[in-house]
Design a protein around this ligand. Structure first.
Ligand SMILES: CNc1nc2cc3c(=O)[nH]c(N)nc3c(CCc3ccccc3)c2[nH]1
Ligand SMILES: [Zn+2]
Length: 374
């Protein structure tokens, strides 16, 4: 059987690490570089699958940690798997749960075997291991599974980062052994903290295990952006060019451009959907908090240059009114806009790479984008 996941390189930028490609999956082929909306609990908050399809979303993300705790992977399997359960017929990528245990679970205890923790939902004792996380993702039926890893916190001592990264490699081998479905692709996740030698060691060890794709983990965890970019520069060149690279948890438009320039193909971030729900929208000039009083009588769309449903049909005054009146439609419109904005941004960036003008695209981006953006 051909690999479940195959990366096709379409165009390598001659001046930078940027590249345009196609990611072939059992649920369709999708252009890279790509932004993947996050749907942690089997839904991209406030969006219908039809709206996501219309705006051009290809792969969406969901979470082993959340679905394992509720409603349980067995129920999702009984319902025919995650695609059927949530009515999504394009790509799904699930995270392995390791990161969420650390950022959500309580009283975690790590051992070579796995991680014991308390559910953030009901405080019940739970346990995830490489085997369990892989079996859960096999049951969910996602097209791409992530290996069970420890996201090295920031900052971390060298010795801790080294021991944790080496354990993540051992856990990745255990995931490979436990992985039981040929129609799903298992990605390894590169760790190494902010230490170049550990990043190189992690990339080398995981590459030798020949995964169909690689997550770049342990970043976007509070480190300064220049450090994230430095780690990327030290990691992507050590990954196979014929495999996709997925920078986990990133990000905002500035990180997308800088990540693409350093050879990243896939991105995810909860930011666009999360900030939309409190009335913050993303434009090429930075953020626009549409619920602010200054927009009370502003009859222009959020972004006059935007082709999304919200900008084509509604004004800032109307959307602000909806937020002030606590109307659900308001946060749906800002979510539609933010997701469309990033998906369209990636489409335009990909076109620039193909037409050999990525550096000009990046130049123009930084002309408009506020430098002080945190
Ligand atoms: C926001 N920054 C951020 N840094 C991350 C690092 C890691 C990491 O080192 N290992 C794993 N496994 N996941 C990470 C995630 C979660 C990404 C995600 C969220 C939701 C759904 C699906 C996937 C991260 N997110
Ligand atoms: Zn818009």
């Amino acid at each position: 059987m051909t690999d479940a996941i195959r990366y096709e390189l379409v165009k390598q930028c001659a001046h930078t690490g940027a590249r345009a490609g196609i990611l072939h999956t059992p649920h369709g082929s999708f252009n890279t570089p790509m932004f993947m909306p996050v749907g942690t609990q089997a839904t991209v908050k406030a969006m219908s699958p039809r709206e996501l399809t219309e705006m051009g979303a290809g792969i969406i993300l969901s979470n082993t940690y959340h679905l394992f705790l509720r409603p349980g992977h067995e129920l999702v399997a009984e319902a025919g798997g995650l695609h059927k359960f949530m009515g999504w017929d394009r790509g799904i990528l699930t995270d392995s749960g390791g990161f969420q245990v650390f950022s959500l679970g309580d009283l975690r205890k790590i051992s070579e075997e796995g991680v014991a923790f308390r559910s953030h939902i009901d405080g019940s004792r739970q346990f995830l291991s490489p085997e369990i996380a892989t079996q859960v993702q096999n049951a969910l039926g996602s097209d791409i599974l992530m290996a069970f890893d420890e996201c090295v916190p920031y900052p971390a001592e060298y010795d801790y980062a080294k021991r944790s990264t080496e354990r993540t490699t051992r856990w990745a081998e255990r995931c490979l052994k436990a992985h039981s479905r040929a129609d799903q692709g298992l990605f390894g996740i590169v760790q190494g903290g902010m230490y170049k030698d550990l990043r190189a060691q992690s990339a080398a060890e995981l590459t030798s295990l020949d995964f169909p794709g690689y997550g770049i983990g342990g970043l976007s965890v509070g480190e300064p952006k220049h450090l994230m970019y430095e780690m990327l520069e030290h990691t992507t060149p050590r990954l196979p060019t014929n495999k996709p690279r997925y920078l986990m948890g990133v990000g905002t438009a500035d990180c997308l451009v800088e990540g693409v320039m350093r050879g990243v193909d896939m991105f995810d971030c909860v930011f666009p959907t999360r900030v939309a729900r409190n009335g913050t929208t993303m434009t090429k000039n930075g953020r626009l908090v549409v619920k602010n009083a200054e927009f009370a009588r502003d009859l222009r769309p959020i972004d006059p240059d935007c082709g999304c449903y919200a900008c084509q049909n509604f004004s800032r005054a109307y959307i602000r009114h909806l937020f002030k009146a606590d109307e659900i439609f308001g946060l749906r419109l800002t979510t539609i806009h933010n997701l469309y904005h990033l998906l369209d941004f990636m489409r335009r960036m990909r076109q620039a790479i193909i037409e050999d003008r990525f550096l000009a695209f990046r130049e123009e981006f930084w002309e408009y984008y506020p430098k002080e953006e945190n």
